[in-house]
Design a protein around this ligand. Structure first.
Ligand SMILES: [Zn+2]
Length: 357
């Protein structure tokens, strides 16, 4: 397999020709013996990472990913359904699909890999001779992102958090591309669109890899909490089809559903999220829910202490005002646990520049 950096070729192999003009299904094969991750009963095993590639003539290239975190489910279902439906004639250009990007994590039903505890979204650009998760990150950045113009990475809230369904784009470095990124958010048509200045994982997240490779990035947060949100799955399924048609890689949209009106928000800095700060762990009673507006200083929850039931609960208050984008799922909560993530309306710097004049 070719890599964009000579001498840094991936040790992950496959039996297919990634550039062939047809629909192919198969596996990237991640050798486990490289770092002796093979276990007692299997010296030379590989970990299969399923992928699908459809190529048909000239046109844009799109990478579709889910299972970047193994226990986020809506995106995995959306991509499995899509690849069973898509045929060569639907495509104009190329679509590469990784429905279980961190396959060991998906297999184990965990956020991170059971092989090395690797969080794929913190391992870019990866390394061909790193641990299993770093090898997958390296494959994605050096062999897949180099073949595409767009990457769509479908996330959900994981076990510990539930998100208001939203689509997310990184703010493009050049102001001239902001309108295109906003267009993609509106075409995807989730009720919330989020512009982020910096991703939590910085250069080591897929967003950083996309920036290095000049690839347009879009991701989602679809429900979470260890379950599958029927509503988030439905709207994202249609949104993805509209987006693929919008960027020109599908000849027809494969959906008749129009996009929903999209409110564009930005996440506040992590220091302004709402955290429990109680002296003792207890049961968190939320007083607001997803989508609610909160004001700075508002009491948004109470922590009740089960070991001293006669003690008054402690209040949790919002540091800044905004919309509740994400909530903590486990009830047992203590100091340092993030209970709510807040978003605020995003204003285009172009609009600000005009109004500042
Ligand atoms: Zn995730």
């Amino acid at each position: 397999m070719n890599s964009n950096s000579p001498g840094r070729q991936s040790k992950i192999w496959m039996d297919l020709d990634l550039d062939a003009e047809r629909k192919q299904v198969g596996f990237f094969r991640l050798p486990l013996a490289v770092h002796d991750r093979s276990g007692d009963d299997a010296g030379y095993n590989y970990e299969p990472i399923p992928f699908i590639t459809i190529r048909n003539g000239d046109g844009p290239g799109v990478l579709l990913m889910a299972g970047n975190h193994g226990n986020e489910y809506e995106g995995q279902i959306i991509l499995m359904k899509l690849v069973q439906e898509l045929q060569v004639d639907d495509v104009c250009g190329r679509i590469i699909v990784l429905p279980a990007a961190n396959a060991p994590a998906v297999r184990a039903d965990r956020r991170n890999s059971p092989l090395d505890d690797g969080n794929l979204n913190r391992q870019f650009p990866g390394a061909p001779d790193g641990g299993p998760t770093a090898m997958i990150a390296h494959l994605i950045e050096s062999a897949l992102l180099t073949r595409v113009d767009y990457a769509v990475d479908l996330h959900s809230g994981s076990l510990s958090a539930e998100y208001l369904p939203c689509a997310v784009v990184a703010r493009p470095p050049e102001s001239a591309r902001i309108d295109d990124a906003l267009d993609r958010l509106r075409v995807f048509g989730m009720p919330i669109g989020m512009f982020i200045e910096h991703s939590t994982g910085g250069d080591h997240a897929l967003i950083g890899a996309c920036r290095r490779q000049g690839v347009h990035h879009l991701s989602t947060e679809l429900g979470g909490g260890g379950s599958v949100s029927r509503e988030a799955l439905r709207i994202a399924e249609h949104g993805l089809r509209r987006l693929l048609h919008h960027v020109g890689v599908l000849r027809r949209p494969l959906t008749a559903q129009p996009p929903q009106e999209c409110r564009v928000l930005r996440r506040v800095p992590a220091s302004d999220y709402i955290y429990a700060d109680s002296s003792e762990r207890g049961l968190f009673e939320p007083l607001v829910g997803l989508g609610d507006e909160v004001a700075a200083g508002q009491t948004v929850g109470l922590i009740h202490f089960t070991t001293t039931p006669w003690r008054e609960p402690e209040s949790v208050t919002a540091k800044v005002g905004g919309v509740v984008l994400c909530r903590r799922v486990p009830a047992r909560t203590g100091r340092g646990d993030c209970v709510f993530v807040i978003g605020r309306d995003w204003t285009s710097p172009l609009a600000t520049a005009v109004s500042d004049r």
